[in-house]
Write a protein that binds this ligand. Structure first.
Ligand code: BYC
Ligand code: FE
Ligand code: FE
Length: 475
């Protein structure tokens, strides 16, 4: 087990004190990060004690310690999974050669770009979520929001460490830019689409942590395979934190659906109006939020057929999630069956496997997303509503990137007339009216024993604490 060094200004397990110039560079970035956190991080609550977990080792068995801490005093640090001795490259064109401890010159700009893109999403999500404290459904949920936020902040540190340690001056410049772009900013937005979408209510927050943090899981899994060992080890440790973010999303959506079903049963109704009047979110609206966040997150995987992806795989920069699951780790002359739309026609064709890496990763992601959907449908059945179910829309629906971008395709995946599509699109997504209704439910609840109307109490507290525990001290 490699213990993290907490004595230093920047907690780390990378022996920072033995690299003074790197330490100095990061200590120079640290106050900029803190000032970004104060300006763009959670609005309010910064001076309150929050029950947070902090990483104290990278040991699988016990890496987290829980305690009350004020968010600005959170110990953001640099933690990499332990190095494996004599590790070899295990996919692409260089299989069997030692993994790289330094950045190969040829791959420098591509690697930097991958790290910057990954790094950009982390602070973006904190910015997107910054107003949610004002409408938290409970102190338990408020604490979970802040846990996710501080850890996304740490994920930014993880990428900034790589930029500073391995990319010299341009790395340091990129690290500055990561604090300068802002989610939704007209002039200087975040890099990827989803990270510029507003998250202004808790239904969106739970959807985002379910669907978008799960893109994070799959991208990190792919980067955890990288032949650039520091990147692989960084991402391996980030994945341990990521699990909680998705758990926040899944349990949040489950609790919301539970309240809806209770109300349907109690009032013996499936009328949208009656359910809404009872202070719960109807299943039709929940489906619309799924449609929005799932389709947006699918774009984060890039084009179905991508030379960027092929090159990244060939060079060993980015693998497939759980690369060990596959038999062929070179995929040099193998093919992949893919659906495409060419010359106005839907076709099936074969493309080089390497060019399909984005799609392969996306398909693994879609399967993972379906696990929660199945669970929610079982819950709906359990309440006796055989005729209702939630579903993921087709992966062709409302895409902005790749072969299905900007086509008139409905949530079932069928091509439809463009005018009909334009007219109906709004009805498949949360409308202004739906958002107004959702916002009307978003009433801040700060009494530790209470939970807002639209969501059930959590089943379990955090780290064996009571559900009613004061997860955020308000005085
Ligand atoms: N929006 O060859 P293509 C997370 C661009 S989430 C805007 O199809 P490629 C988190 C693309 O950059 C995980 N632009 O794609 C979650 C390219 O631009 P250029 C984040 C997009 O390169 C919640 C062009 O379109 N990590 O951690 O194979 C909370 C054509 O590209 C989008 C990563 O993304 C989009 N959605 O793959 C907190 C991993 N999609 O070259 C955190 C690092 C594509 O024409 N990134 N484009 O200028 C990558 O691996 C790849 O850059 C991508 C794209 C998978 C994103
Ligand atoms: Fe993250
Ligand atoms: Fe996350």
């Amino acid at each position: 087990m490699s213990n993290l060094n907490y004595q230093e200004k920047i907690p780390n397990n990378v022996d920072l004190s033995n690299d003074l110039s790197l330490q100095r560079a990061l200590e120079h970035w640290q106050p900029k990060f803190k000032s970004w956190w104060n300006d763009m991080g959670p609005d309010g609550f910064q001076s309150y004690d929050v029950y947070l977990r902090t990483a104290v080792s990278v040991d699988a068995a016990g890496w987290a310690s829980y305690g009350k801490v004020k968010m600005p005093e959170y110990r953001w640090g640099i933690f990499l999974a332990d190095q494996v001795k004599d590790k070899k490259i295990h996919f692409g064109d260089n299989i069997g050669k030692p993994v790289w401890q330094q950045v190969p010159g040829d791959y420098r700009s591509v690697l930097r770009r991958l790290i910057v893109t990954q790094g950009d999403t982390e602070p973006a999500s904190v910015e997107q979520q910054r107003m949610l404290g004002k409408t938290c459904p409970s102190l338990f949920d408020l604490r979970n929001l802040f846990q996710v936020n501080v850890e996304e902040g740490r994920h930014l540190w993880a990428m900034v460490y790589l930029l500073h340690a391995y990319f010299g001056r341009d790395g340091r410049e990129e690290a500055e830019s990561l604090l300068e772009r802002n989610s939704g900013d007209q002039d200087n937005p975040r890099i990827l689409g989803t990270f510029n979408e507003p998250i202004s209510d808790w239904v969106s927050f739970f959807m985002f942590t379910y669907f978008t943090d799960r893109d994070g899981k799959y991208q990190l899994k792919s980067l955890a395979e990288s032949s650039f060992d520091p990147l692989a080890r960084t991402c391996q440790f980030m994945l341990t934190e990521e699990a909680h973010h998705m758990q926040v999303g899944e349990s949040g959506i489950t609790r919301m659906i539970e309240r809806t079903l209770e109300k349907m049963k109690e009032l013996k109704t499936d009328s949208v109006d009656n359910i809404r009047n009872a202070g719960a979110v109807d299943l039709v609206t929940i489906q619309k939020y799924i449609n929005f966040w799932f389709s947006s997150s699918l774009d984060l995987f890039g084009s179905e057929i991508s030379t960027n992806a092929a090159t990244a795989f060939a060079n060993g920069l980015k693998g497939r999630p759980d690369e060990f699951r596959y038999n062929d780790h070179s995929e040099k002359n193998t093919l992949f069956d893919i659906e495409a739309f060419e010359n106005g026609k839907l076709i099936n064709k074969k493309v080089p496997m390497r060019n399909a890496m984005n799609e392969i990763t996306r398909q693994a992601y879609v399967d993972d997303c379906n696990i929660g959907i199945k669970r929610w449908n079982r819950l709906i059945k359990k309440y006796g509503y055989e005729e209702y179910s939630l579903a993921l829309p087709s992966t062709k629906f409302r895409r902005n990137i790749g072969v299905w971008a900007n086509l008139s395709i409905n949530p079932k995946g069928e091509f439809i007339n463009q005018d009909i599509y334009n007219r109906k699109l709004a009805s498949w997504l949360p409308s202004e009216n739906d958002k107004k209704f959702i916002n009307s439910l978003m009433i801040q609840e700060l009494d530790p024993s209470k939970t807002a109307s639209w969501i059930t109490k959590p089943r379990r507290g955090i780290n064996n604490q009571e559900i009613d525990y004061s997860y955020v001290d308000l005085n």
